[in-house]
Design a protein around this ligand. Structure first.
Ligand code: NDP
Length: 405
């Protein structure tokens, strides 16, 4: 893992300062839940949200943050009013978001959803701090740029996604040449057992009702389409520097085994835990140490058995599309992510049907082949390709809806 091998155990008795980008979201709140239980160990530097000013101000007050930022400038007045008399500085807009990400903190939790998190997270990477990376879309949108920036600055990038946390714990970097396969498990989402015809009628309320995990709306829909697992393969490819043909996915409905590494002597090393994000978040907060997490304990005798099955690429074509984009390289993954964000938003607004999400992504990927975008070499490059993907997605939607009726 980039930059992380050089870190040693903490010896300081002063609390570590943590900034949380996306503090009002599912990952942000779970992180604050853990931090609130360990006041001697952690203190909050900055917290950010998009437009949820009142909730952000409450969190900032409760956890004694020094700086609170809303990305949406229209929410600034509400934030200022809600922080009045607290002594906490308020900010708004993209520059303030970057300021929050680059304030002196020991670790930055990157938990904004979507490519919107790329600019502030990359700024934190360039500062050389330790990044706790939940916002996988950063690596999907600009993986090479992100990881090479970390190499240059010395930033340590620690995974928060449960599957990547599992691989990080199972993968011995000194034995990289001995790795045969790296496998990410997938719950299969709420539609795992649905026949293909029924998926046309799947509604957002059903899609966000995940069987095992409690998450934000976007990642829940991504889990339902299995695009999430595709984004995670791309994330793993960049984080662990593993070639696409050595990465695979196994459906595991119980979400107990999160990932495993198979070595050439036949050994398979896995990580297991109950599906509660506070376990991988706690691991990333404390690494290389471990801290207490208030999560349910695994009881394998009680569970009795664990089951595994192959992914179904016909019912869940988004997974295959993400693999295609990963193998194609260049800007394909940037475009895939942009089109998917547009598709998921429209589905959540009930303007398109569930299968349309993958169809739109496929149409945009086809058009991307003609453009042949190279790997984004700068933030501006990545954002321009991302914008192209969003614009094309918006143009293919009417065509696609007309064809499918
Ligand atoms: P949520 O939707 O619950 O929260 C998203 C956070 O980002 C909120 O604080 C939101 O603020 C903020 N935000 C949204 N849009 C913007 C924007 N345009 N600019 C700045 N901030 C913005 O998401 P999750 O916590 O579920 O997921 C966050 C990231 O972590 C995603 O990349 C996801 O894939 C990843 N992840 C999540 C897991 C989970 O269990 N939830 C598991 C593994 C990875 P506001 O409240 O104001 O809208």
């Amino acid at each position: 893992m980039v930059g992380c091998a050089r870190r040693s155990m903490t010896t300081s008795t002063t609390p570590q300062r943590i900034s949380i980008l996306g503090a009002t979201g599912s990952i942000g709140l779970n992180t604050l839940d853990l931090i609130g239980r360990m006041p001697d160990r952690y203190a909050i530097e900055a917290v950010t949200a998009n437009g949820n000013a009142v909730a952000l101000a409450e969190l900032a007050r409760k956890h004694g943050a020094k700086f609170a930022v809303v990305a949406d400038p229209d929410a600034y007045e509400d934030l200022k009013a809600a922080l009045a008399g607290s002594g906490i500085a308020a900010g708004a807009g993209p520059e303030a978001l970057v300021e929050a990400a680059t304030r002196p903190a020991d670790r930055v939790m990157a938990a904004i959803v979507g490519a919107a998190g790329l600019a502030p997270t990359l700024a934190a990477v360039r500062r050389g701090t330790t990044i706790l990376l939940a916002n996988k879309e950063c690596l999907v949108t600009a993986g090479d740029l992100f990881m090479s920036s970390a190499r240059q600055s010395g930033a340590c990038v620690l995974p928060v996604d449960s599957e990547h946390s599992a691989i990080f714990q199972a993968l011995d970097p000194t034995q990289k040449k001995d790795i045969e396969r790296v496998t990410l498990t997938a719950s299969g989402g709420p539609f795992r057992t649905w026949p293909i015809e029924r998926l046309t009628d799947a509604c957002p309320e059903e899609a966000v009702r995940h069987p095992n995990w409690s998450m934000g709306a976007k990642i829940s829909v991504d889990s339902a389409t299995m695009m999430n697992k595709g984004l995670e393969l791309i994330e793993a490819h960049h984080l662990f520097d593993i070639e696409p043909d050595r990465l695979d996915v196994l459906v595991h409905p119980e979400s107990i085994v999160h990932g495993f590494v198979a070595y050439r002597d036949g050994s398979v090393v896995a990580q297991l835990s109950e599906p509660d994000m506070r376990t991988p978040i706690a691991y990333s907060l404390a690494w290389p140490e471990r801290v207490e997490a208030p999560t349910p304990r695994l009881d394998l005798a009680e569970l009795g058995k664990l089951t595994f099955e192959k992914p179904d690429y016909e019912r869940f074509p988004a997974l295959g599309l993400a693999i295609r984009a990963m193998e194609a390289g260049g800007g394909a993954a940037t475009v895939l992510n942009a089109a998917n964000e547009i598709g998921v938003n429209l589905f959540l607004q009930k303007r398109i049907r569930f299968p349309d999400i993958a169809q739109i992504v496929e149409d945009v990927l086809e058009k991307q082949i003609l453009e042949g975008f190279g790997e984004p070499a700068s933030l501006e490059d990545a954002l321009a390709i991302d914008r192209w993907g969003r614009d094309v997605a918006r143009t293919v939607i009417p065509e696609r809806l007309e064809r499918t009726g």
